[in-house]
Design a protein around this ligand. Sequence first.
Ligand SMILES: [Zn+2]
Length: 176
Amino acid sequence: MRTVFLNLCLSGIALASCDAQTPPQSASPSFEVVKTPQEWKKALGAERYRILIEKGTEAPWSGEYNLHFENGIYHCGACQYPLFESSSKFDSHCGWPSFDAPIDEHRIVETVDRSHGMTRTEIQCARCGGHLGHVFNDGPTATGLRYCVNSLSLGFEPQSDSASAKPRTSSQPVHR
Ligand SMILES: [Zn+2]
């Protein structure tokens, strides 16, 4: 006769997954495109310099892209980094071009702006730091966001109807 002893071996499970590695939050992100104020002023002209570099705001309803609804890509007015697709643009009736999402979230840097007695979220181009405007949580579309952008912070590259007719969730690779 043989007695079978089942040894239930409860091996210790090491729960060592608590890596306390939170990356340090960089207060001042470094940008790929860096120019001196003089270089920016020369490259942008006085009007764009005031908005993009000195974080100004153009007068509402004054910008060329406020009521502009052609198909294409809106890029940074300072470094031409593509930021928004026309499919994300909507008429917010606020006097500035408004988008519900950037092309991808990594193209925009968000920082807290406490100027003018308000607490707002400033948006900047992630490549050059150019001031774009602000993002608000009152958007009317599914994202709930309203990226309120100065026209002077943008440039526009039209696309043919066939190219822009593709859904923006297309998984096709982007050829540069
Ligand atoms: Zn830029």
